[in-house]
Write a protein that binds this ligand. Structure first.
Ligand SMILES: O=C(O)CCC(=O)C(=O)O
Ligand SMILES: [Fe+2]
Length: 385
């Protein structure tokens, strides 16, 4: 049997991509730094199951009769409060465009290492940033994943290569923005708010949209490695598609639910700022991606949120007696990751969604009490993922 290629000691900062590692020679085992399940981080003992996830018929939301639309709004409310996750069908985005988006991302990952190296970013706000793992500055275990993150709105960026990355990603992300706008209207209604409330409160029109493409190469020991660890997304809604290879798991009811989307559907999850706007009614769902030893998986997650600097607060209609109360529940996570974030109206707190029980989440936010203001605010400062 071939010896493992990567001897210790091993420096993450000198690494190239995981693709390079995975494709170098006859790799039969993973370097120990990629062994997620033997790391010191306590693991969630949750079982992995396959379950039907909520489905939203987008065509009925935008073109249906008033009754049909009301039903879809109720479905959205149920999906967001019970799951934080749903599958969108009949969304009107052509299969070919979705496939092209996946192809140009694949072509990016196939560029030479020096070519991709131009975009290896240091800072979370770099508009084009590629890298590997999740966050190498804090990790002791690394992940079987390469990524590229591109800011596509309000200013549009694109790597120079591959040549058609810009055109295809621009078209795809524009279509996703339109879809998100309609979904957010429906979600706003499902909370009993005006259809435009969430859109206006988050200034979605000038909001930040980030394209995150993930490559999970074939892995010789998938049972030991992790593609992307449990985390929640920043923003309002993330829209995800994949190259027909499964791997996404969503935490639901004390279980990891393996998601098997219908062909040409889109997957949507609620994210941190929607949790805050809804005052915790809709949870920012924890999810992760596992890897396999058969074939490479590519996913594209499009994060849609308020513009960077925009302060986000719970909708006053959804906060009970906010003014007479000194404390307000702003965020809560489920299961053993329960986090209550309580903002004092008169005191400033820095709150970082920490590494809780070994699980990283991306968002860093600041809870600010304004002595002169009526209510506490939250500012999200972007992610570190
Ligand atoms: O690849 C996946 O299915 C999940 C990706 C993801 O969660 C992310 O990029 O935030
Ligand atoms: Fe995510």
């Amino acid at each position: 049997m071939a010896a493992p290629i990567f001897a210790e000691p091993f420096s993450p900062r000198k690494r190239g991509s995981i693709k390079e590692i995975a494709e170098s020679g006859s790799l039969t085992s993973i370097p120990t730094h990629y062994n997620f399940f033997q790391s010191e981080a306590p693991q969630l003992p949750y079982p992995v199951v396959t379950e039907d996830i909520p489905t939203i018929d987008f065509n009925l939301l935008v073109n249906g009769t008033p009754d049909q639309r009301s039903q879809v709004v109720r479905d959205l409310g149920h999906a967001c409060s019970e799951w934080g996750f749903f599958m969108v069908v009949n969304h009107g985005i052509e299969e070919r465009l979705r496939e092209r988006a996946l192809e140009v991302c694949r072509d990016f990952f196939d560029l030479s290492e020096p070519e991709k190296g131009k975009y290896v970013g240091r800072h979370v706000l770099d508009p084009i940033r590629c890298g590997t793992s999740f966050n190498t500055s804090v990790e002791t275990v690394f992940y079987w994943r390469d990524f590229i993150k591109v800011f596509v709105h309000p200013a549009f960026y694109s790597p120079e290569k591959p040549a058609d990355f810009g055109d295809v990603s621009n078209e795809y992300c524009t279509r996703i923005r339109a879809l998100v706008k309609d979904l957010i209207k429906g979600i706003s209604e499902s909370l009993g708010l005006e259809p435009c409330y969430l859109e206006k409160a988050s200034e979605l029109e000038t909001g930040l949209q980030i394209l995150v493409a993930n490559l999970y190469p074939r892995c010789p020991q998938p049972e030991l490695a992790m593609g992307i660890p449990p985390h929640s997304d920043h923003g309002l809604l993330t829209v995800l598609t994949q190259n027909n290879v499964g791997g996404l798991q969503v935490q639901h009811d004390g279980k990891w639910v393996l998601v098997n989307p219908l062909p040409n559907s889109l997957l949507v999850n609620t994210a941190d700022q929607l949790e805050i706007l809804s005052n915790g009614k809709y949870k920012s769902v924890l999810h992760r991606a596992v890897v396999n030893d058969q074939t490479a998986r590519i996913s594209i997650a499009i994060a849609n949120g308020p513009s960077l600097g925009k302060a986000i607060a719970p909708a006053p209609q959804l906060t009970n007696d906010l003014l007479s109360s000194k404390l307000i529940l702003l965020s809560e996570h489920c299961g053993s990751l329960r986090t209550r974030v309580l903002a004092r109206r008169t005191k400033a707190h820095m709150w970082k969604k920490r590494i809780l029980a070994g699980y990283t989440t991306r968002s860093i936010c600041m809870v600010i009490g304004h002595p002169q203001a009526d209510e506490p605010r939250i500012e999200l400062k972007g992610g570190d993922g």
